[in-house]
Ligand binder design. Structure first.
Ligand SMILES: *[C@@H]1O[C@H](CO)[C@@H](O)[C@H](O)[C@H]1NC(C)=O
Ligand SMILES: *[C@@H]1O[C@H](CO)[C@@H](O)[C@H](O)[C@H]1NC(C)=O
Ligand SMILES: *[C@@H]1O[C@H](CO)[C@@H](O)[C@H](O)[C@H]1NC(C)=O
Ligand SMILES: *[C@@H]1O[C@H](CO)[C@@H](O)[C@H](O)[C@H]1NC(C)=O
Ligand SMILES: *[C@@H]1O[C@H](CO)[C@@H](O)[C@H](O)[C@H]1NC(C)=O
Length: 810
């Protein structure tokens, strides 16, 4: 009986138990967090974390195919709108991939093979669980609820309301619609404390928002507040510390929003329509999307039809119609030697940037065209009429093209006359720089000149190959026959044992306590001295403490072994405590600059000999000595002259001494002298022997011209065309124009015509080759030596015709 009375209670208890279990089962389907030691699997569609209010979901996401991303998205948008992705660049496999909060406190994303694709930096922390907050922030918390890591600190392309944008944040657009991989456009705080949109494409990079044509103040920004913080609040208002602000068109609370750096380079604020689940744009950074840079690639033009669309101008075709970043390529070959050019006008169109020259006022469209014709680099010019006259810009490259009816001007493309173009206006070009009487000559001469240049290239190449072969086989022969050669003619003498280490006291005595200063340069001060055996020496005291004793010793003894009649001989060194000194042979006459740029100038014969001998010295350093050496600072100041005006190159090997400053970092410090430095120093390219070839080119052109070409012309500060660039440009034009007397025009007038035409021509041509921007086009020092050796002096002046015939018959 007693038992019977308890029966209903038992039943109730059972019911309670069952229902509790059922409720538990139901809630475990909607998961708000991930405990330490557990994981989410890519195979299980229900393995998701949802924010408590259901706004955001986090889990594996797939966009077709077998590629999966671990992402956070808006639960209620119809097409899954992803706001954050852990593995943008590296999708994981649809089988076996996992997101785990491991026992050591780190959150990792692993691929099918267990390889870690992404991880949070929370190893060995008290990370207890991962939670998705109502804001869309995925956080890792410890037992006390403190946040150790959060996805808000690592945005991808989207900023959510209340997500603080800081100086370390950067929204980077996806590469294309539908992709998650990072692309070229980004939104960030620059070093100047201002928010920017930046295009960093394969060919060019530039800031395009706020308007690059206006300054900070005109763009209503400030750079005084260095806190670099911005935030979008719940009501749709955005405020940044640089005073940039905006409000959503539907400003007010209760709307879900996101600020996204879109793949098309525009930054947009979107609002979600909660009933339809679709997004609408409630603010845009660039109302005119064609103002985004890089959209249509090189030469491409962005047009509104009515949406933005890319197209190619006349004479150009799309490089890859499926990828406009590749832009348009010309359907013709652009050379500086084509004179038969025309200008084709494209209305209401302009390209941004890459201006070669700019002039305004009373300039006509024809005069603007002449400017473009006068500069080989000019690919087009932009011309517009304004209130105060015309505005003319010549362009060296065509990027960021925009066609819009509101633009009151045109772009005029420089095209060969052979290119068909059905555009509105065609201007016919004639080279403005050449005399009109030269017109007939022009028709024929370019081909001849081209033949000659090509010929010179292949000749130089062939000589290089042959010489390399001769040297290799020659050395092999010598070594095989005699072991180490005892003497080699023409300056290649073998190492003698004179090289030694000096004490500081010896040097102090020799220089009479550093009394007579001979000169000073970047690497140190040079003093005159006399050794105990009465040899005159130049002692260089190195200003930087280059390196440790052992390395210094090793390096210096390598330099000490180098012996060539056109290299300044090093006789020894001193390394004591902090003192590092180098002892050189003393050269009687001073450096080349003192015999070139002063009234005490050298004659032609000496100049040519100096060019040849210097080339030999450099060729020896580059190709023949035991350890190949790049000089890095070839200039007239470093070419010393002895009693017979034989040049000796000074300061070689020093680049090597200073380069060992850090462990294995080659040439971290820029060496060399402005004006003689090859462009690759500025471009951060690897430094090769071709930097010396470039500097050598500048020096020999200076020897021909008799003045410094390494100065920077200051007359047009904006343009920064160097004396050298201008000289090269003028010479090329003169050659193109086939002027008979062009050589006489450029050779040092102080020589009074007393020079060998043949040799001058060789020097100019080698010089122009050596200063090519593209280092692969520069010759090697070996081939330079060969070309110089070929060039015999002669008193008789040949006519240009004879010269060409002679070359063609070769
Ligand atoms: C993770 O990295 C961020 C930024 O590098 C740093 O601020 C944070 O303290 C790191 N967290 C841990 C737990 O190391
Ligand atoms: C991106 O592509 C989808 C289809 O894949 C299309 O519906 C959407 O309109 C595209 N977005 C833009 C901005 O072009
Ligand atoms: C800098 O900007 C922040 C964020 O907008 C603001 O809170 C702060 O007061 C500003 N500081 C100054 C000195 O204006
Ligand atoms: C949201 O979408 C619904 C259905 O498409 C539409 O009727 C409504 O006007 C939209 N609301 C807003 C604010 O755009
Ligand atoms: C720019 O054009 C002017 C003529 O308008 C010319 O005098 C000047 O030398 C040019 N500058 C350059 C760098 O080409």
């Amino acid at each position: 009986m007693r038992n019977r009375t308890h029966e209903p209670y038992r039943f109730l208890l059972l019911l309670l138990l069952i229902s509790f279990f059922l409720i538990n089962l139901a809630t475990s389907e909607i998961q708000n967090d991930l405990e330490r030691g557990s994981s989410l699997s890519v195979e299980d569609d229900s393995d998701l974390i949802t924010s408590p209010d259901g706004s955001f979901t986090c889990g594996f996401h797939n966009a077709g195919g077998n590629d999966y991303w671990f992402s956070i998205w808006f639960t209620s948008s119809t097409d899954r709108t992803v706001v954050w992705t852990a593995n943008r660049e590296r999708p994981v496999n649809g089988k076996g991939s996992k997101l785990s909060l491991r026992r050591n406190g780190i959150m990792v994303l692993t691929d099918f093979d267990g390889k870690v694709v992404w991880e949070s930096n929370t190893t060995s922390t008290e990370a207890h669980r991962a939670e998705l907050l109502n804001t869309g922030n995925l956080v890792l918390k410890d037992i006390h609820g403190m946040i150790l890591w959060q996805s808000f600190a690592y945005p991808t392309d989207t900023l959510l309301p209340n997500q603080v944008f800081t100086k370390s944040s950067r929204l980077i657009a996806a590469i294309r619609n539908g992709s998650y991989a990072t692309g070229y456009y980004s939104f960030y705080f620059d070093n100047n404390n201002a928010m920017r949109l930046f295009y960093d494409g394969p060919e060019i990079s530039s800031i395009y928002w706020p308007s690059p044509d206006l300054d900070m103040y005109q763009n209503s920004r400030t750079n005084y507040n260095s806190s670099r913080i911005a935030v979008l609040d719940d009501t749709g208002r955005f405020l940044s510390s640089d005073q940039f602000q905006f409000s959503a068109s539907d400003v007010g609370s209760g709307v879900k929003r996101r600020l996204t750096m879109d793949y098309d380079g525009n930054l947009r604020l979107y609002s979600l329509n909660s009933s339809s689940g679709s997004w609408s744009v409630s603010w845009t950074a660039l109302p005119q999307p064609c103002n985004v840079h890089g959209l249509c690639g090189r030469n491409g033009i962005c047009t509104y039809t009515p949406g933005p669309k890319c197209s190619c101008p006349p004479g150009y075709e799309a490089s890859d119609p499926s990828d406009w970043n590749q832009g348009c390529r010309p359907t013709f070959i652009r050379t500086c030697l084509d004179f038969q050019v025309k200008f084709v006008e494209v209305l209401h169109t302009d390209y941004y940037g890459f201006d070669l020259n700019f002039s305004y006022g009373a300039i006509s469209v024809e005069a603007c065209g002449d400017l473009c014709l006068g500069d080989c680099r000019c690919e087009a010019f932009s011309y517009r009429i304004t209130g105060s006259g015309g505005r003319c810009y010549t362009k060296s490259a065509l990027f960021n093209g925009v066609q819009t009816l509101s633009f009151p001007g045109s772009i005029f493309l420089k095209l060969p006359t052979t290119v068909e173009a059905s555009e509105t206006r065609v201007l016919l070009g004639s080279n403005a720089v050449c005399e009109s009487s030269a017109a007939e000559v022009l028709l024929g001469s370019p081909t001849i000149r081209r033949v000659r240049w090509v010929y010179l290239y292949s000749f130089a190449l062939a000589i290089g190959v042959i010489e390399a072969f001769v040297i290799v086989s020659g050395w092999w022969f010598l070594f095989r026959k005699h072991g180490v050669p005892s003497t080699v003619e023409d300056g290649y003498r073998m190492i003698s044992s004179q090289f030694r280490r000096f004490t500081y006291a010896e040097i102090k005595k020799a220089t009479n306590n550093f009394k007579v200063e001979l000169g000073r340069g970047g690497s140190g001060v040079v003093y005159k001295g006399v050794l105990a055996d009465e040899r005159a020496v130049a002692v260089k005291r190195l200003s930087d403490l280059f390196q440790g004793e052992q390395e210094f010793w090793a390096e210096v003894s390598t330099i000490g072994k180098i012996n060539h009649m056109n290299l300044v001989r090093m006789w020894g060194f001193c390394s004591e405590g902090r003192h590092r000194l180098l002892v050189y042979e003393y050269i009687e006459k001073s450096s080349l600059d003192k015999h070139l740029f002063t009234s005490n100038f050298l004659g032609w014969k000496e100049r040519f000999n100096i060019a040849l001998r210097t080339a030999k010295g450099l060729a020896y350093l580059h190709h023949e000595c035991l350890e190949w050496i790049i000089h890095c600072d070839v200039k007239p100041e470093n070419l010393l002259l002895d009693g017979e005006f034989e040049p000796k190159i000074a300061d070689f090997g020093l680049a090597k001494l200073s380069q060992r400053g850090g462990p294995d970092i080659e040439f971290t410090r820029i060496r060399g002298t402005k004006g003689y430095m090859a462009p690759e120093w500025a471009l951060n390219l690897p430094i090769t022997a071709k930097v010396d070839v470039y500097s050598f080119g500048v020096v020999i052109l200076e020897m021909v011209k008799g003045i410094r070409l390494s100065n920077w012309a200051v007359e047009d500060a904006e343009q920064q065309e160097s004396e050298l660039t201008r000289f090269v440009r003028i010479v090329k034009i003169k050659i193109q124009c086939g002027e008979d007397s062009w050589l006489e025009d450029i050779v040092d007038p102080r020589l009074d015509g007393k020079f060998s035409r043949n040799q001058a021509l060789t020097l100019v041509e080698i010089g122009l080759f050596c200063v090519e921007e593209d280092r692969s086009k520069r010759p090697t020092m070996d081939s330079v030596v060969q070309l110089l050796l070929e060039s015999e002096p002669e008193s008789e002046i040949r006519s240009p015709n004879k010269l060409r015939l002679h070359l063609r018959s070769d």
